[in-house]
Structure formats: C-alpha cells, structure tokens
Design a binder for this molecule. Structure first.
Ligand code: SAM
Length: 226
C-alpha cells in the first residue's frame, strides 16, 4: 500500500511518519508513505498556495493551481483508488472505513488549511471527503495522521499479532473486553479468575460476554448496527 499526503506543513508529519506504526510498516516494506510539500507545486514566485476568497468573506482559501499540479503529478505516476480530502463536513471516519481503505493500493490524502480549499478541487479531483469528528482543526495534518495510523495497522503483516487488530473495539460493532497483565494480584486488586484458568473456551466466552456488556453500557448505538 502507498499513501501520498499533500500538505503545507510537511514538518508536522515528518516525525509521525518516521516513528510509530508507520515507520515499522515501512521498514517491513509493506507500506510506503510519501509527504509532499504543496509549496513545491505552486507557480507563485513567493511560494504562496492561498489567496483571498471571492465574495469578500473572511480568511484565505487554498488555490486550485498547486493542488491540481501536485495531484496531477502523482496521478501521472500511478493510479489511485481514492483522492481523499480531510474536511469537517466530510463522511465520518470510523473503523469500517479504515477496514475498507486498508484494502486499497494507492491513496492520496489532501490536508486543507485556512478556510479550506477552492471548492472546484472538491468537485473535480476529490473522490472521498472525510472528517475525523465534529470539531474544527487548524489543518488536515492531524486528520491525515489519524487516518493513516488506523489504516496502516490493518494492513496484513504490519502488526506482529494480526488477531490483535481483529479483537479491537469497533470490529464487529463491539467494544473490546478488558485486558490485564502480571502480576495476577496487585495491591489486592485481582485479575478475573477465568483468565488464569487456561480454559480457552471459557476465556473466549468471558471475553464475548464482557464485550457485549461494555458495549451495551457504554455504546448501545453500536449494537443497533449489528
Ligand atoms: N472552513 C472550514 C469549515 O468550516 O468546514 C474549516 C477549515 S479548517 C480551519 C482547515 C482545514 O483543517 C480543513 O480544510 C480540513 O482540511 C482540516 N480539518 C479541520 N477539521 C477537520 C476535521 N474534523 N476532520 C478532518 N479535517 C479537518
């Protein structure tokens, strides 16, 4: 899988792309992440990528030319499954969307800034608009980071224990069961007996019952989707 992230703040993503799960996935040769500085594509001699909005509204708008030039240059090299724009008015990012995107080969993620991007780019070049939540961030970089992390950890081979991702919250519209580690007793706080029993079937049964109980109590809306 390859993810190309387009941004005016590449330094914001450098550390993230070169540490964490993304670094591990790249080292294993399973994923490539490329961060592109939008300013490298502008024809403006001052390297500007934004301009005043028509209509006299407040704020600045990211202009068509550099975005078009960057996306066109990438598309000339390979086919992309999706050209994603991060935006608060997009479709809500969730685990099913992460699952779906983890099966793709090539993705572009465009990070907006200022008041956003010229709407014509959204109409003509963007294939998917995604929000990470009902709040407004200053730029799309954190959204691109959140999405890349959630997607890449699902790519087969990235996590050392693939079963681990399948038992995480939101897979099967359930919250995960509680987890414990050694010691079995700490300050008198005990680990549930069944987890120490070594009885695989009983442990599975306990795990499912815990998932169902926690989902019912904390996120009953998820059970309606099942
Ligand atoms: N004027 C825009 C609006 O009201 O919808 C908000 C612009 S915001 C200040 C700048 C950029 O941050 C957006 O273009 C988008 O790329 C990114 N962004 C902000 N909030 C986001 C969210 N919840 N999810 C994804 N991207 C977001």
């Amino acid at each position: 899988m390859r993810i190309d992230i387009i941004t005016v703040l590449p330094e914001m993503l450098d550390g993230f792309v070169n540490t964490s799960i993304l670094a591990r996935a790249q080292k294993k040769g399973l994923v490539e992440i490329h961060v592109h500085n939008l300013r490298d594509y502008t024809l403006d001699k001052h390297r500007r990528v934004d301009d005043y909005p028509f209509g006299g509204f407040a704020g600045m708008v990211m202009a068509c030319q550099p975005i078009d030039a960057c996306i066109s240059a990438l598309k000339a090299e390979r086919e992309y499954d999706e050209v994603i724009f991060t935006t608060p008015d997009g479709e809500q990012f969730d685990q099913p969307m992460a699952n779906e995107l983890s099966l793709k080969r090539n993705l572009i993620i465009l990070c907006g800034h200022y008041k956003g991007i010229d709407y014509r780019i959204r109409e003509h070049l963007i294939t998917k608009e995604v929000s990470i939540g009902d709040y407004v961030l200053t730029g799309g970089e954190l959204a691109a980071a959140v999405m890349s992390d959630a997607i890449v950890r699902l790519v087969p081979g990235v996590l050392s224990d693939e079963q681990s991702a399948l038992s995480d919250s939101f897979q099967d519209n359930l919250l995960a069961a509680p987890v414990y580690t050694r010691p079995a007793e700490y300050k008198g706080w005990k680990v549930p007996e069944v987890l120490l029993s070594g009885h695989e079937a009983k442990i599975k049964e306990w795990e499912l019952a815990q998932s169902l109980e926690r989902t019912q109590r904390l996120r009953p809306d998820l059970l309606e989707k099942k």
